[in-house]
Design a protein around this ligand. Structure first.
Ligand code: NAD
Length: 460
């Protein structure tokens, strides 16, 4: 049954009381919740697949690749390291602090709010929930209403498997999220677009609540002169077609030299046919666009520049062929905002330096990709491009490494998670110092003197 907005304060008070009781602090409780989450996924893979098929026609294999495997891997990684991560972390104490010991003691934050987006609607609410629970917090989870079937499945499953005294799901859209954001949380973890990110940040400021913003942006993909074009084309096509391009780290546009543009597009055509057959609009391995407004927005881009590949769409099925656009100008609409769909402008640049300059003139992206065999250029790209995540010679694959923190920088977001970064994100890293009472070193106390000054300079 839906929770009324008037009930939110009591719901959060209830979670806070349970948090204060110490319920979530015990490592056994945390492990138990991670086990239950894993069971929830493994026992309901079919139902999850059906919900994602209904929301996005997400192919079964993409449910595994883009949602479930990442979650299984995060859960196992966190469970194995839980004890190590939550232990006090000893740091050295300088002479003036002797005799004494100092350490960092992670402690849970309290009651956190997790607001998910629709494109990976299971993964984007559960990936933050894993570290939130591992770190010993209570959580309110607000799935995106736009992926409606998955949101209601999450609302049904989570209370069946997880401790309702500590984890609650609130379903709803703008009105409900606005009401939730009026409450005081100890952290807000938001995934979605920048416009709502600003609303979240403003609301958080009211209570001085710390936030994580997992936003998006235009993730560039650079093809260097000596790139292996066949491999680049295959990996770009895969990264762009997964979930029909509705992936925050999908390659948004390609920068390539004028000579390589045609061979690259030809190679992409070959790879597209090899992966999806001759009529991609009929392929069962290709997801659809989430809803009509997004479909219309994406179809609107097809008038920018010139279509070099694809371009067809099926309005009733909300499917759009992966479409490569050429002769696109930097001030065309398709280059002004994140595309978030299967449209790929391919722009030409003279050299890698020009590509780097093009990227650096724009907002810092969530991901940036470079295809090259040249080690010097790899190094230059890594050093000169600021992005949430960089990947050389592939797309998206850094997501499979739990020890790589994930998150944006600048306009693509703030705060990182996954693996230990996620645990730390949902913890307060409390600084603790413990002094022995004897012997008492008196050089810091008044009355001050030249000798004490000299000793302080020496040992301070
Ligand atoms: P969305 O429409 O699902 O919105 C995200 C959340 O914000 C939802 O839960 C929604 O209910 C809530 N919301 C919407 N309007 C609101 C309002 N006025 N006030 C309060 N809450 C509101 O998702 P979206 O914004 O369309 O998501 C797409 C964007 O998210 C893209 O930019 C994409 O790159 C980004 N994204 C980022 C990541 C990441 O991990 N960094 C992952 C997925 C998507």
């Amino acid at each position: 049954m839906a929770i009324e907005t008037s009930e939110y304060p009591a719901l959060i008070d209830g979670l806070r009381a349970n948090f204060d009781s110490g319920l979530t602090r015990a490592l056994d409780w945390r492990r138990g919740q991670l086990d239950a989450l894993e069971r929830m996924l493994s026992e309901n893979e079919e139902a999850i697949g059906r919900a994602l098929a209904s929301d996005l026609s997400k192919p079964e294999q993409e449910v595994l690749l883009g949602e479930l495997s990442l979650l299984y891997s995060e859960i196992r990684h966190a469970r194995r390291r839980l004890k190590r991560w939550s232990r006090p972390r000893r740091v050295s104490t300088p002479m003036v602090g002797q005799p004494g010991r100092s350490w960092v003691q992670p402690e849970p934050l309290g009651v956190v709010l997790i607001i998910g987006a629709w494109n990976y609607p299971v993964q984007l609410v559960l990936s933050p929930l894993i570290p939130a629970l591992a770190a010993g917090n209570c959580a309110v989870v607000k799935p995106s209403e736009i992926a409606a079937s998955t949101a209601s499945l999450m609302a049904e499953l989570i209370p069946r498997y997880l401790d309702s005294g500590a984890i609650r799901v609130v379903e709803g859209a703008v009105e409900e999220t606005t009401a939730l954001l009026k409450q005081r949380f100890d952290h807000i973890f938001y995934t979605g677009g920048a416009a709502v990110g600003r609303i979240v940040m403003r609301a958080a400021a009211e209570h001085l609540t710390p936030i994580t913003l997992e936003l998006g942006g235009k993730s560039p993909c650079v093809i260097d002169q000596d790139a292996d074009l066949k491999s680049a084309a295959r990996r770009i096509v895969w990264g762009k077609c997964l979930n029909a391009g509705q992936t925050c780290i999908a390659p948004d546009y390609v920068l390539v030299s004028a000579e390589q543009r045609e061979p690259l597009i030809k190679a992409m055509d070959t790879e597209l046919k090899a992966m999806y057959g001759d009529d991609l609009l009929l392929s069962r391995d290709y997801a659809r666009i989430i809803n009509r407004p997004h479909f219309e927005r994406l179809v609107g881009y097809l008038g920018n520049g010139q279509v070099a590949l694809g371009g067809r769409f099926d309005e009733s099925a909300k499917r759009i062929e992966p479409t490569v656009l050429i002769e696109v100008k930097p001030d065309d609409a398709v280059m002004q905002e994140e595309i978030f769909g299967p449209v790929l402008p391919v722009l030409t640049v003279d050299c890698i330096d020009q590509a780097v300059e093009f990227i650096r003139e724009r907002d810092k992206p969530l991901a940036a990709y470079l295809f090259t065999r040249n080690r010097g250029n790899q190094r230059r790209f890594i050093e000169s491009i600021s992005a949430g995540n960089l990947c050389i010679n592939d797309t998206l694959m850094f997501m499979s490494v739990p020890e790589l923190p994930f998150g944006g920088v600048g306009m693509s977001g703030m705060g990182q998670y996954h693996g230990k970064a996620g645990f730390d994100r949902f913890s307060h890293l409390k600084a603790v110092m413990k002094r022995a009472r004897f012997p008492e070193v008196t050089i810091r106390f008044a009355p001050y003197s030249r000798l004490k000054m000299r000793l302080l300079k020496l040992f301070g």
